[in-house]
Design a protein around this ligand. Structure first.
Ligand SMILES: [Zn+2]
Length: 199
């Protein structure tokens, strides 16, 4: 039995679906919202709607974007010869925070995870290979996670990319085994990028 009135219980139900939010955190958010002004609550609701309406995936790299192509792909100052392959758009944001990488990205939208029923065909691998063939890519950095799925994905990609002759490297030195890139702090991540090893 719930100890809250219906509208609050409904909001808590919605909030606990968020990653990392348990019931206790949801209750704290609700009590914050109860103390907020109607304008603040409205702004929050509108910000959520705006993200859903305006944000899509970049047609080239699958990064999050409000336009057809993301701000990184559109930036003429980026080095177009080097491609950093990551699992999620969040990883792009993490690497951008380090300010040590000036190339382009390719977001796979996941990693190979047979136990979860996710194979290579579920990832953006074909478009990656097309980019390597069609764009003037000279180096590809595999920056998937250092957990089992990330390593399996890096191995799979190595087999596909190696024959194309581009320089291929893997980040990882300094990253603990089982590490998720999106939770890495900037210092660790920039060290991992700098110490990438050729494969
Ligand atoms: Zn892009």
């Amino acid at each position: 039995m719930s100890s809250y009135i219906e509208s609050i219980e409904k909001l808590i139900d919605k909030l606990i679906k968020f990653p990392g939010i348990g019931r206790r955190s949801a209750e704290r958010i609700v009590s914050y919202l109860l103390g907020a002004t109607p304008e603040e609550a409205k702004e929050l609701a509108e910000a959520i709607l705006k993200v859903k309406e305006n944000v899509r995936f970049c047609r080239t790299c699958n990064n999050l974007s409000e336009q057809e192509f993301c701000s990184i792909c559109r930036n003429p100052k980026r080095n177009r010869n080097i491609l950093c392959v990551v699992e999620r758009p969040n990883d792009v944001a993490s690497i951008e925070k380090t300010a040590t990488f000036d190339g382009l990205y390719h977001v796979l939208m996941g990693a190979i995870a047979p136990l979860e029923g996710r194979g290579p065909d579920d990832l953006k691998i074909d478009s990656l290979l097309n980019r390597i063939k069609q764009e003037n890519i000279q180096e590809v950095i595999l920056a998937t996670d250092s957990d089992i799925e990330g390593e399996a994905t890096a191995l799979y990609l190595t087999k596909l990319i190696k024959p194309t002759g581009v320089r291929l490297s893997r980040i990882g030195l300094g990253l603990p085994v089982g590490y998720n890139l999106e939770y890495a702090d900037s210092a660790t991540l920039s060290k991992a990028l700098e110490s990438r090893r050729a494969i």
